[in-house]
Design a protein around this ligand. Sequence first.
Ligand code: RFL
Ligand code: PHB
Length: 389
Amino acid sequence: MKTQVAIIGGGPSGLLLSQLLHRSGIESVVLERKTKDHVLGRIRAGVLEQGLVRLMEEAGCADRLHAEGYVHDGTLISYGEEMFRIDFTEHTGTPVIVYGQTEVTRDLYAAREAAGGLIEYEVEDVVIHGADTDAPHVTYTQHGEPRRIDCDFIAGCDGFHGVSRRTIPPELRREYEKVYPFGWLGILSETPPVNHELIYANSERGFALCSMRNEALSRYYIQCSLSDRPEDWTDEAFWQELKRRLPAAQAEQLVTGPSIEKSIAPLRSFVTEPMRWGRLFLCGDAAHIVPPTGAKGLNTAASDVHYLHRGLREHYATGSSEGIDSYSEKALSRVWKAERFSWWFSSLMHRYPDQGPFDLKMQVAELDFLRSNRAAQKAMAENYVGLPY
Ligand code: RFL
Ligand code: PHB
């Protein structure tokens, strides 16, 4: 088979890139290791920056997002019994949209299918060949059959555990990593959200987050130990612990019910440089990971896709390689700022095993400062709604 861009990974990065390329008249094939149902079964991001919303519009996939997404003009931050609000719209003129990654992915699948786009599911043994030559190709097996795609370019959109990043020779890539000494235990429950905006809670028992998907579906997280397993936590134990980490007024209002999903995510900051090797380009979690505290993972994947789409479009339209040559540098410049914000917000909100009394005082001082200083609130709001691209 021949195509212009072979895309490895059918998560949000790969699907969005494929759909944007299609709208620019560029052909691609998406190779996904799992089934569509499996990809749609993952409960992940919930908060979309305006930049991603614009890309979904450009992709022709934003109707449902506009109809069903929730506009959030701010967020609440609590510490102990104190709580304050950061007003995104007041400080930046821009809200965020609460609309689950599952729905983003569903909309992108629907658009690819409507356009007759080729997505190969349940592919195994994907190998990238000749990325540093002018004639790369990808081999894989599907249901036991060997397959090959010849292409002009390869987009590595295969997440943190994919093959694309590891195809770049180790001597040519540099990796930066910070692993956090805790995870997030998350549940989804068919209960009304405790609040119409998100609550990020710093408590002496550890971090908690109250999020939502819609008026009848809530998403809650609590900081947990890395040795915990989801089955160690009954729903009752989860709700008890969540209540202890919220200010009393919010804890009292919390409506509890059975969980319909429960999972633990470890927290990590990770960046690989460069994000390009020859004709292979890395996008999204394949190149970088942020702890979820700032809601930046999917949004940073989207800005990579934007830069790569622009570069490829320019290349096919004019023959210029300027956009693709500057891809890694442009993407990384924004990635590092999202890394900084996610690391800062994580550090501010969690309990760390090695935290002494001084460190705890620093957290409180920083929270007091954020609560009362408009410049600090503006900086937080600008980062949360997403730096421009
Ligand atoms: P994905 O979603 O991991 O998709 C990669 C796809 O590649 C496939 N794959 C392969 N296919 C073929 N061959 C191979 N060898 C392959 N290896 C892997 C996989 O099956 C998969 O389908 O990466 P992508 O597309 O870059 O998207 C990134 C986002 O999924 C991720 O950044 C976000 O979910 C992170 N994240 C959040 N981001 C936000 O912007 N806002 C949030 O509110 C937010 N909350 C979260 C999050 C991530 C979380 N977890 C579970 C890590 C909350 C959580 C709990
Ligand atoms: C979510 O709703 O899953 C969510 C929201 C905000 C975050 C992380 C996750 O910072």
